[in-house]
Design a protein around this ligand. Structure first.
Ligand code: PEP
Ligand code: CO
Length: 456
């Protein structure tokens, strides 16, 4: 028997990333407003996503999840949002085409404003102030007022999430016609880039075939062009700030249970997944599908404990284990966990986050990640699941539709010397547009060969 749960029971547990709000009345005021404001998403969208995640779990669909490490208020602009959707959509079209299965697209957006930090404080030239925990909590500028956690920022973040979502919903309803013409994709760089001829031909062949397939569908005209160009995007963010999450958690008419209506698919970070901690307590009580990050130090016992706590009814599509081991550790650390979960008969969606185990610091001081390490972790993760007879159901990336220089490698040819050209991440380094698209092609190939071998 589980102890009773309410949206507030987490407050009696230890929060490993507790936010030091200094004005309880202001905090309660902001939470009261969050409780009164309309939800950002609906329970029926959440249930639809859960069904699609259950399909991904069974290998009938593939999850492509991605977006900024830290979304910022300043990036709530038309081109930045449109480019984020565009790259997610392009990646997913390539994967549908090669992998021969539908994709579910989930953005790290419309709420990815709260960041866990390894150190609660930052010191510069002898001055110590709270670390920057994301725009929902405080500001990046290193001043007393900037770094002070202000509950009002939750209301601002809610409003920006609503504006972002409003634009996403409008674009999704038919604003992507040009994405259906891969000849307009910005692929010219592959021609100039330092890519082996065989790969370049393959990218060109895939894009050509994809264009043909989409034109064929349009020519059939069995469905309206509007319907063909409509695409679903779901939202996700790390549910770090439990004041924010619980403020929008409610019951809905004619359904059992509680829904966190800030997002469709929240996840619990590597730093807040302690079994007796506040985050597991909060997320065990909601109906949304939930992700948990699982790093190389996780034991099989911990992972089984997380499954018991977060999905006691063994509901399909309910729980995603997002493994983020690092390319060097995945082959050693992942098989034991996968085998233990398989033996237990518990249903989980296995997702690979190949970003967070592969961060390094360049000599210039910039945090970066190497395209080859990222790709290697994805491929090794596919290998582990193949060897265990389980299914890798999705991938989780930090990426952007902009031409940033944060990760090195790939056909874009970014080296450690280029990092200062356009490094704009508010937190971890993201794949840029070209690197993300190339990653899509490379993963699609792997998904495609798997689809072919399992249909033989
Ligand atoms: C993240 O996804 O940005 C993150 C902090 O990941 P993790 O919890 O896996 O370190
Ligand atoms: Co990150």
């Amino acid at each position: 028997m589980q102890p009773p749960w309410t949206p507030d029971t987490w407050k009696s547990k230890v929060d490993a990333q507790a936010i030091a709000y200094d004005d309880p009345a202001a905090l309660e005021g902001a939470c009261a407003r969050l409780r009164a404001l309309p939800p950002l998403v609906t329970s029926w969208e959440i249930e639809k996503l859960k069904r699609q995640l259950a399909e991904a779990q069974r290998g009938e669909r593939f999850l492509v999840q991605g977006g900024d490490c830290a979304e910022t208020l300043a990036d709530c602009t038309s081109p930045v949002i449109a480019n984020k959707l565009k790259i997610l959509l392009q990646m997913s079209l390539v994967m549908i085409h090669e992998g021969k299965r539908p994709v579910v697209r989930v953005g790290r957006f419309a709420g990815q404003y709260a960041k866990p930090r390894s150190k609660p404080v930052e010191s510069r030239e002898g001055v110590v102030r709270p670390s920057y925990f994301g725009d929902m909590i405080n500001r990046a500028d290193f001043t007393d007022s900037g770094r002070r956690p202000d509950p009002e920022n939750m209301i601002v973040a809610y409003s920006y999430a609503a504006m972002t979502l409003n634009f996403i919903r409008s674009l999704s309803a038919g604003g992507f016609a040009d994405v259906h013409h891969p000849e307009y994709w910005e692929l010219a760089f592959f021609r100039r880039a330092n890519v082996p001829d065989s790969l370049r031909h393959e990218y060109e062949r895939t894009t050509g075939q994809l264009g043909e397939a989409l034109r064929f569908m349009e020519a059939l005209h069995e469905r309206s062009v509007e319907e063909l160009t409509r695409v679903d995007f779901y939202t996700s963010h790390e549910g770090l700030n439990l004041h924010y999450e619980s403020g929008q958690t409610r019951r809905v008419p004619r359904k059992e249970g509680w829904y966190d209506l800030t997002t469709h698919f929240p996840w619990i970070g590597e730093r807040t997944r302690a079994l007796d901690g506040a985050h597991i307590e909060f997320f065990r009580g909601i109906e949304n599908p939930v992700g948990v990050k699982v790093g190389p130090s996780a034991t099989a016992e911990q992972v089984l404990g997380l499954i018991d706590a977060l999905n006691p009814r063994n509901e399909p599509g309910k729980l995603a284990l997002v493994t983020r081991m690092g390319a060097g550790k995945v082959s050693g650390a992942l098989p034991g966990l996968v085998e233990a979960v398989k033996r237990s008969g518990r249903l989980v969606l296995w997702v690979c986050d190949p970003m967070h185990g592969n961060t390094q610091v360049a000599p210039s001081g910039f945090k970066t990640r190497d395209f080859d390490d990222i790709l290697r972790e994805v491929e090794l993760t596919f290998d582990v699941h193949e060897a265990c007879g389980t299914n890798l159901g999705g991938v989780h990336f930090e990426m952007t539709g902009e031409d940033v220089s944060e990760c090195i490698g790939g056909a874009a040819g970014i080296t450690v010397n280029d990092l200062d050209r356009n490094y704009s991440s508010a937190c971890d380094p993201r794949l840029n547009y070209r690197q993300a698209l190339e990653m899509g092609f490379r993963m699609a190939k792997r998904l495609g060969s798997h689809a072919r071998s399992s249909s033989r």
